[in-house]
Ligand binder design. Structure first.
Ligand code: BTN
Length: 235
């Protein structure tokens, strides 16, 4: 595996993207860093992570993308994280649609996937993952949690990364099969749930996702699909 460790960078997603534009890099090339000065989160947010404590990394995926839609890829990554946490660390977690991994209802991990298209097809994809590992407190982030807080153990970041990448490599051989497990790990699946929206509260039973990655809710007996901009979780 081609793994590059950096002392600091702006964002591992940006770093990997620009290196790949400059020269060809192998499938699954991974960049991880001890510090991001402009870490990116979802929807233009910043991703803040204590220096040297957590895993902040990006993985280049450029093989076998033809069969996958962007959302299928998101499902494969999310399921891989949850199953890896379960199998390797005995930690139970859930996928909070669409990009968060929760443990004991707190955010353990965030995912930011950036897909690059050529002629309407995914040419390559940059999978950015921020996993809270050894951080002991989250000032101003009351809903965050780390592996250390869950297990009372300190983790070796590189060992953890290699173990995750091995799972990912294996799962990418059968991505469609892995994606099928998505609902099993979906936070609040089959539960009556309240969301905020620009037009007030939306309430319904979480029924899964559609092919475009919208969340399906059963609202007063009718199934409706919502995209990310339409719903904010209240949990
Ligand atoms: C989110 O939950 O908002 C997504 C967070 C994604 C953070 C990771 S850290 C490594 C990679 N590089 C970035 O700039 N962002 C992602």
């Amino acid at each position: 595996m081609n793994i590059v460790k950096l002392h600091a960078t702006t964002s591992t997603n940006d770093e990997l993207k620009s290196r790949f534009r400059e020269s060809e890099l192998p499938h699954l090339t991974t960049i991880y860093t001890m510090e991001q000065t402009r870490g990116k989160g979802q929807q233009g947010a910043t991703w803040v992570s204590e220096k040297g404590k957590n895993l902040t990394f990006s993985v280049l995926i450029k093989e076998n993308l033809q069969k996958l839609s962007p959302f299928k890829l998101n499902q494969v990554i999310s399921v891989t994280i949850v199953e890896w946490l379960k199998d390797e660390l005995q930690i139970q977690s859930k996928i909070k649609w669409p990009n968060d991994i929760l443990s004991v209802r707190h955010k353990l991990c965030g995912i930011l996937i950036e897909n690059v298209f050529a002629k309407d097809k995914m040419a390559y994809s940059i999978i950015g993952i921020g996993l809270n590992v050894n951080q002991e407190e989250f000032v101003d982030l009351p809903k965050a949690i780390s592996l250390k807080q869950i297990t009372n153990r300190e983790f070796d970041l590189e060992e953890l990364l290699i173990s995750f990448l091995e799972h990912l490599k294996k799962n990418l051989r059968n991505p469609l099969q892995i994606a099928q497990n998505y609902n099993k790990y979906l936070f609040n699946y089959q539960q009556f749930t309240s969301f905020n929206s620009s037009s007030g509260t939306i309430e319904g039973i979480v029924k899964g996702t559609d092919l475009d990655g919208k969340l399906i809710l059963e609202v007063q007996g009718e199934q409706k699909a919502f995209d990310l901009k339409e719903l904010q979780w209240v949990y």
